[in-house]
Design a protein around this ligand. Structure first.
Ligand SMILES: *[C@@H]1O[C@H](CO)[C@@H](O)[C@H](O)[C@H]1NC(C)=O
Ligand SMILES: *[C@@H]1O[C@H](CO)[C@@H](O)[C@H](O)[C@H]1NC(C)=O
Ligand SMILES: *[C@@H]1O[C@H](CO)[C@@H](O)[C@H](O)[C@H]1NC(C)=O
Ligand SMILES: *[C@@H]1O[C@H](CO)[C@@H](O)[C@H](O)[C@H]1NC(C)=O
Ligand SMILES: *[C@@H]1O[C@H](CO)[C@@H](O)[C@H](O)[C@H]1NC(C)=O
Ligand SMILES: *[C@@H]1O[C@H](CO)[C@@H](O)[C@H](O)[C@H]1NC(C)=O
Length: 353
């Protein structure tokens, strides 16, 4: 008793460290707040922030697990690049979202260059998915099994897999992933599927239902959420779309969040960006089956945006001098707004009952 009063006084005198992203996400009942990262980036101040599990509880390797890196020649597997981020996540006790097994882009050139029959491409696809998913089995919390298989109008995207195998390649990939890694959550991941429309309808019908009707396991939909400041979907649109996937007994996750500014980033632009970030995070907070949020890197100099969208930038949460965007505090606000109100796992419990 005698020591209690002075102790409390001492604690109260120390200014409370401001709460950080992963810490707040977990308090709000989510599994993680995470980020994509890449091998070349792992040094200095950036690495200190990345390693801080109060800030980030989950990592996604931006490139190292893609087909071009993992199976550069047919049947020759190379896990060295992908293992760097995977092993960092293991060392830090951060969850790992593994990305990705099948995608039309950043594919090894031999896949498009070979003349396939249905039989040979089926074998090559199963071989790729099986080897890669087995290699990291036990490390991956989730796998993006299939990435960006739809056009914006909702039709299947034509690529080598679709043109040789038809939509059945999707079943082949998910079946092989389920067999190779029984514990990872298996996701379909895409962009422009964050608001109601033809593409999100197609995710439900041509990907999720297509698999579920055949008894093939799919556990989640990843909403990439690459947004543009001032024209991002509303929070209600995002909630409605996430819930439409969740209603198919799926988890959902925001997997690649960034919000790009038309430069220069004036105070007005940064304030709008903050609202757009907060709406995305706030939507996840209001959908029980939304398990977590991943930003597609957190530091502007490592953003993919300036290289792809001319005139745009400052899409991440930290500026190049390592000060935080107003949007960081927008995200904090959205996470705190929901702290304690939602508990991940409630949906799983009611589904067991
Ligand atoms: C850290 O990595 C980045 C990206 O590869 C590089 O530009 C930078 O010079 C490195 N910094 C240090 C301190 O090594
Ligand atoms: C595997 O990939 C790494 C990184 O790109 C490269 O340095 C290494 O030479 C490759 N290993 C083999 C056996 O090709
Ligand atoms: C579909 O993609 C394949 C492989 O890239 C190509 O050979 C074929 O011409 C494409 N078909 C159409 C209709 O675009
Ligand atoms: C959805 O697709 C239909 C045709 O399938 C088209 O008529 C309609 O305009 C599309 N809606 C949107 C919002 O693009
Ligand atoms: C804060 O939470 C309330 C109730 O859950 C919700 O209606 C509101 O949209 C939230 N605000 C933000 C910015 O997420
Ligand atoms: C860091 O960069 C931001 C964005 O350019 C700028 O607004 C801010 O003043 C800089 N802070 C410091 C301490 O240099």
């Amino acid at each position: 008793m005698r020591f209690q009063l002075p102790l409390i006084a001492a604690i109260a005198a120390v200014p409370l460290a401001s709460a950080q992203l992963n810490e707040l996400a977990k308090k709000a009942g989510k599994l993680y707040f995470g980020t994509a990262t890449d091998n070349m980036e792992l040094n200095g101040t950036y690495l200190k922030i990345l390693d801080d599990t109060k800030e980030f509880g989950q990592l996604t390797p931006a490139n190292g697990m893609k087909w071009f890196a993992v199976e550069p020649e047919q049947g020759v597997f190379n896990y060295s690049d992908g293992s760097v981020v995977a092993n960092l996540a293991t060392k830090n006790k951060q969850k790992l979202r593994c990305h990705n097994l099948v995608w039309h882009s950043q594919l090894a050139p031999w896949v498009d260059a070979t003349t396939w029959t249905k039989k040979t491409l089926t074998a090559a696809l199963i071989n790729h998915v099986t080897h890669e998913a087995r290699h990291w089995a036990g490390q991956c919390y989730a796998w993006d099994v299939l990435n960006e298989a739809l056009n914006d109008d909702g039709t299947y995207r034509n690529d080598t897999f679709l043109s040789v195998l038809g939509p059945d390649y999707i079943k082949i990939a998910f079946r092989a992933a389920a067999a190779a890694d029984p514990h990872a959550k298996l996701y379909y991941n895409d962009y422009n599927i964050e608001s109601p429309g033809n593409k999100s309808t197609s995710v439900r019908e041509n990907i999720v239902k297509f698999l579920q009707d055949d008894g093939i396991r799919i556990d989640g939909v990843g909403l990439q959420s690459h947004f543009v400041t001032g024209s991002s979907p509303t929070i209600d649109q995002q909630i409605a779309t996430m819930q439409s996937y969740a209603d198919m007994n799926l988890d959902v996750a925001i997997t690649e969040l960034d919000v790009r500014n038309l430069l220069p980033s004036t105070a007005t632009v940064l304030a709008q960006q903050s609202k757009d970030y907060a709406n995305a995070v706030g939507a996840c907070m209001q959908v029980d089956r939304c398990v977590g949020i991943t930003v597609w890197d957190f530091y502007d100099p490592y953003s993919w945006v300036p290289g792809v969208f001319t005139g745009y930038g400052d899409a991440d949460l930290w500026f190049s001098n390592f000060t935080k965007h107003p949007a960081y505090y927008g995200v904090v606000g959205a996470l705190k707004n929901s702290t304690g109100k939602h508990h991940h796992g409630r949906a799983e419990l009611s589904w067991e009952a």
